[in-house]
Design a protein around this ligand. Structure first.
Ligand SMILES: C[S@@+](CC[C@H](N)C(=O)[O-])C[C@H]1O[C@@H](n2cnc3c(N)ncnc32)[C@H](O)[C@@H]1O
Length: 264
């Protein structure tokens, strides 16, 4: 990871390098184990509450990995993945069709299955998610209609992980605009389930370094409230000094998981 190249070009994103840096094991890169388990455990708790369910779920900025959907599948009949980058859409497509070249996601499902009381086999959880995915769409969160030209009735829920954090303007105003664009696709009373970073200026993998917006919990709560959401669940993990010192993949100070309801 010497002299990484600064870029914000998502058409040149390298899905294999991203996954091998971040997702080869459930524990993630050095210093991130607790934070990683926090994300899986928080999402499992949020979805298992049973409050967030419906016909249609859209995941925005899926990238090459479905880890943030491991607990979502049983609660939605039709799940759509979406991303700006064609290489990422292709990478997640390879996982969907069980291509041997796909990034291995089985350890995510093994972890989630191990924490379930009923202990559904991990391969069943993974296949169940596959069977509910009805499309992988182009999406641009900077546009007023991010899925254009695809047309859908309003979604019951929208999930997203580490995508709004990388909105190209790099500003809070840009973040808020992207959040509004994305949630224009959501029905009133629908849910957003969001994973994001705190205090992160950049992340890196392979020989690339991508910018991010260094959000604080108060920025985030303010923005989501201002655009008409009630935050029902807020979970936050603050990295320890020791973990930050060994983290080579970003300058993140922590992560959050949020479930928020669209009021009208
Ligand atoms: C840091 S990756 C996160 C990927 C994955 N969701 C995760 O949690 O690991 C950021 C993702 O946002 C996508 N992205 C970047 N700009 C976008 C845009 N304007 N609209 C939608 N997705 C975008 C990238 O292609 C990439 O897949």
């Amino acid at each position: 990871m010497e002299n990484p190249k600064y870029t914000a070009d998502y058409s040149k994103f390298d899905p294999e390098a991203y996954c091998s840096t971040n997702f080869r094991t459930i524990e993630g890169p050095v210093g991130q184990k607790q934070m990683r388990l926090f994300i899986f455990d928080s999402l499992q708790e949020i979805y298992n509450s049973g409050e967030i369910s419906g016909e249609m779920l859209l995941d925005v900025g899926t990238g090459p990995t479905v880890y943030n959907l491991t607990s979502a599948a049983p609660h939605f009949s039709n799940i759509y993945l979406s991303d700006f980058s064609e290489v990422n859409r292709n990478a997640v497509w390879r996982w969907l069709i069980n291509d041997p070249q796909a990034n291995d996601s089985s350890h995510f499902f093994e972890y989630v299955s191990g924490r379930q009381k009923k202990g559904t086999a991990s391969s069943c959880l993974e296949d169940d998610l596959r069977s509910r995915i009805k499309g992988i769409l182009h999406c641009d969160m900077t546009q007023p209609n991010p899925l254009f030209p695809s047309m859908f009735p309003p979604f019951d829920a929208i999930s997203s992980s580490l995508c709004l954090d990388v909105v190209p303007s790099g500003t809070l105003v840009g973040y808020q605009a992207a959040a509004k664009n994305v949630t224009s696709l959501l029905r009133p009373g629908g849910w957003v389930v969001l994973v994001g970073s705190l205090g992160c200026n950049f992340y890196r993998f392979g020989n690339c370094r991508y910018p991010a917006i260094p959000m604080t919990s108060s920025n985030l709560k303010q923005i989501w409230t201002d655009i008409g959401f009630t935050i029902k669940v807020w979970k936050q993990y603050d990295m320890t000094e020791a973990d930050m010192a060994v983290n080579q993949t970003s300058d993140s100070k922590g992560m959050f998981c949020m479930a928020a309801k669209k009021e009208n």
